[in-house]
Design a protein. Sequence first.
Length: 149
Amino acid sequence: MVKDLATQIKDSAAEVNADILPVINGYHLEIRQLFQNLIKNAITFRNKNEHPKINISASKIEGYWEFAFSDNGIGIDKDHSEKIFIIFQRLHNRSEYKGSGIGLSHCKKIVELHHGKIWVTSKPGKGSTFYFTLAAEHVGSLKRAAKST
């Protein structure tokens, strides 16, 4: 999936690191889209004078796996932390940051399809961490992800 974003990663000099992650036994295309959308958003909504740094991790919590996508981007004001998951709800105009306002709402649908939930913690100017859970029934063994820098 990182290969699909190779151009954006290279052009932005993004650093994408992943811990050992579990294999997800779900809808392959949707899970791929979920990961791509979260990585792409971290690249898009970055501080213009910094290279994006994205860290992906997962931990097992009773009955669920919790995934975290952390970045050093522009961050999101707490007042908008729910709004961003509503389709076509943009926080920035298109001349400043490109996008359709669909990506995070699609992520929410994918996570819910796999019996999980998604949320964000963030500080404006300091970055964001997008979390989502997936029911343990959709997650298998651990596997080291490909590294990209």
